[in-house]
Write a protein that binds this ligand. Sequence first.
Ligand SMILES: Nc1nc2c(ncn2[C@@H]2O[C@H](COP(=O)(O)OP(=O)(O)O)[C@@H](O)[C@H]2O)c(=O)[nH]1
Ligand SMILES: [Mg+2]
Length: 493
Amino acid sequence: MFAAKSLPQNHLADPFEAILRPPPGETSAQRDTRILAEQLAKRVSDAIDEQLRAERAELKKSRSDVRILLLGQSESGKSTTLKQFQLLHTPAAFQAERMAWRFVIYLNLIRSVRRILDTISPEREEEVHELLDSASLGSDGQSPDSSAQTDPENHRIAAEKYAEYNIALAPALELEGTLIRSLREDDDEDEATHLGDGSTPGWSAPRGEYTVRTTSNWKRAFTLRRNRSKQRLSSSSWWEDPSDPVHILDSSRDAMVRLWQDEWVRHRLVEKRVRLQESSGFYLDEIERITSKTYTPTDEDVLKARLKTLGVVEHQFTISMGSMRGASNWVIYDVGGARSQRHAWAPYFQDVNAIIFLAPISAFDQVLTEDQRVNRLEDSLLLWRGLVSNKLLEGVPIVLFLNKCDLLREKLEAGVQLKNYLVTYGDRPNNYESVAKYLRNKFGTLHNQYRTNPGRELFVHYTSVTDKAKTAQIIANVREAILRLNLKTLKLM
Ligand SMILES: Nc1nc2c(ncn2[C@@H]2O[C@H](COP(=O)(O)OP(=O)(O)O)[C@@H](O)[C@H]2O)c(=O)[nH]1
Ligand SMILES: [Mg+2]
């Protein structure tokens, strides 16, 4: 098969030529029949060729495909990790979706504003209880000064502030509803976009998380929205479209800045222990930039944007094999991490080549959104134990991302004590290095204790997957490791 190409073909008569030459003395009817028969034969032969090609492609694909599953509790960083892979390997696709993320970022910003308003709201019944509680406990130095809180003058200030900000921010809060409706536009299933607060009629006052089913075409909906306006105005700039949300953000900017900078508000947030800086999709420190009329999301903005995943997202790309010729096709599956979503994981266990498990180790003092009785770190550890002891995954290499290390560092530096949440930590130093190492050991020990295959490899990385440069490096390492393991397995076959 190698020789054929190098032969001087023009010297050889086509061996089939004599056969294919029309027989001498053929009548026109005979000729038509012959041509028809030849065409039919060619069609059959082409069909077989095509089938062979498809089979070969399939074979090649099934040989070289690397299937990776991203696992971890909700908000552990799975979708962000997927975005990082996308940014590195299909930058054009990332670029194409950038503008659609602008709307999610607006939503995230407005949600933070709403959470502040909820926190400073004087009407909440639970506030009364909290005031009573803190008045009787008042122990950890962060508790409110009870005399100041029960003071009617303070209540008057609270009511006034709340009313003032609510009026100033009404258009932004209303925009939240409109944007959510756009997000839902392409969703035909009712429960697809879950607004968190079941009691809220429609979308008018959502308090929870924005969720899209993965089959939903929200990105297309948002991109089309822009294209529609482009056509109408024959302008390339969305800020020339009077219906673009940027105008409401632009006119709400000052009120948002005022709210976020307000000393009294800050004080209330501390009292209520609401740490928005740590929450998903935090853009309050960048209001000016995000609300500007010419705002285009940066890579980092897109990485930070939070949209809860329902169902399974699949992302495909091709990675060149470096020194080995050819390329391998990768598929990464991003799944929903909430407890109600985890049943969907198992079918993917069958033929997965590697698992990236994300454990947000900064979350030691937080609880699950879906079950407020469960500590997030504990949930991660239990999930981890279940995974490493799973028989189906015996031969599957696991990459552990101890994620949100940036937040862990900040949290410890702010004085939050790990031992208050994890008693076994005892009197070890409450600094980043010590805590990170301790938690790494905890996950490592569980792996060694519970894995059913003693030879299974474990790769551990400390990550902050919202950090572009650091994560690019880690992904390169993970890619190499997985390719290496995958080749090893292929050679054994
Ligand atoms: N600061 C920080 N934020 C992170 C990190 N990883 C994820 N996030 C944020 O946490 C939120 C939840 O992440 P996401 O990838 O949606 O989690 P998923 O539910 O596991 O898909 C998003 O707003 C992310 O930007 C991290 O390492 N550091
Ligand atoms: Mg997700």
